[in-house]
Design a protein around this ligand. Structure first.
Ligand SMILES: NC(=O)c1ccc[n+]([C@@H]2O[C@H](COP(=O)([O-])OP(=O)(O)OC[C@H]3O[C@@H](n4cnc5c(N)ncnc54)[C@H](O)[C@@H]3O)[C@@H](O)[C@H]2O)c1
Length: 312
């Protein structure tokens, strides 16, 4: 049994990772300030984990959470492009300074490896698809810039301080427990809950923008593999499905699964949004042994089933 610290473990992705680690019999510590996460997300595992309510920018809290920890899975962040445009200073403080504190305390604690939740937003609009790690990053929002900066610090801590790190660039993750309520919610939870409630969701832009939507179980698997990947030292790899769907296609597929004829409303596109996103996932395969476990359509069915059950 190993001891894992999952920062942001009360959030959408972190809680799915923590739950999977508990199922595997690992020892799990969660550090989360509950700013966007909820204790309800970890209610089913609360008795099996150590939960510390604290901020990643607070070195003493991070030090306490790191006691006896082998592996760090750093998920905590303010994870929203629109929020970063409204409040770039706060988002940068949490995502950059918070990541630096987690890296510094991890180095001092002598952890075996740190896996960083990076973001595909770092690419911005590339001239060609799919997006591959060798492309020059072109962040289009404070959020993207902050997540990219976190990657750079992970690489620096690997080379300068010999702390093994790896950055996983997630591409539009969706699945159970993704929050539909927040004003910064992602499209899939908004679309699904609106359709289930008989309401019209809004699509910003013409709906022809595309994303490599990735079911959360794939990210969980990537984190488990990456934490044990001896080869990885400071690299960045894409984690996605390696396919892409437009928002109009996703919406139509949801209508079909749910059996709804409600149509979306269209509004002006939002600043900071990239037009197309589609990943090359070969590096994740060769470096960490990653492959897609749950493809998009199966993930969408499972997600809709989960929101239906929660509402019932
Ligand atoms: N969801 C996606 O599609 C996606 C894509 C790319 C990258 N990511 C990254 O994955 C990670 C998890 O994202 P998510 O979608 O689960 O978001 P989320 O908001 O559900 O989870 C983030 C968690 O971090 C916690 N947190 C925020 N600030 C904190 C702080 N200062 N101290 C301690 N805890 C703090 C929140 O309370 C929350 O529980 C983030 O780093 C995000 O940037 C997500």
């Amino acid at each position: 049994m190993s001891r894992y610290l999952v920062t942001g473990g009360a959030g959408f992705i972190g809680s799915n990772i923590a739950e999977a680690l508990v199922k595997r019999g690992e020892d799990v510590v969660i550090l989360d300030n509950l700013s966007t996460g909820h204790e309800g997300n970890i209610a089913s595992i609360m008795g099996d984990i150590t939960f510390i309510k604290g901020d990643i920018r607070d070195a003493a809290a991070v030090r306490r959470a790191l006691s006896g920890v082998d592996y760090v899975l750093h998920e905590a962040a303010l994870a929203s492009v629109p929020r970063s445009i409204e409040d770039p200073v706060l988002v940068t403080d949490v995502n950059v300074r918070g990541t630096l504190v987690v890296l510094e305390e991890s180095r001092r604690a002598g952890v075996k490896r740190l896996v960083y939740a990076a973001s595909s937003s770092a690419y911005g609009d590339t001239e060609t698809l799919p997006k591959i790690e060798s492309m020059a990053p072109r962040p289009l929002s404070p959020y993207a810039a902050s997540k990219l900066t976190g990657e750079y610090y992970c690489a620096v801590y690997s080379s300068v301080y010999n702390l093994p790190t790896i950055s996983l660039r997630y591409f539009n993750i969706f699945g159970p427990r993704q929050d539909p309520e927040s004003q910064y919610a992602a499209v899939i939870p908004i679309f699904v809950t609106h359709l289930l409630e008989g309401k019209r969701p809004t699509i910003y832009g013409d709906g022809e923008q595309s994303r490599d939507f990735t079911f959360v179980d794939n990210v969980v698997k990537a984190n488990v593999l990456a934490s044990r990947c001896e080869k990885a030292r400071g690299q960045t790899v894409n984690i996605a499905c390696g396919a892409h769907y437009t928002l109009n296609e996703v919406f139509a597929e949801m209508q079909r699964i749910i059996g709804s004829s409600i149509s979306p409303e269209y509004a002006a596109s939002r600043p900071g949004d990239v037009k197309h996103s589609h990943a090359d996932i070969s590096a994740a395969g060769s470096l960490v042994g990653y492959s897609v476990e749950v493809p998009f359509d199966e993930g969408l069915r499972r997600t809709i089933r989960w929101y239906r059950e929660v509402r019932a």
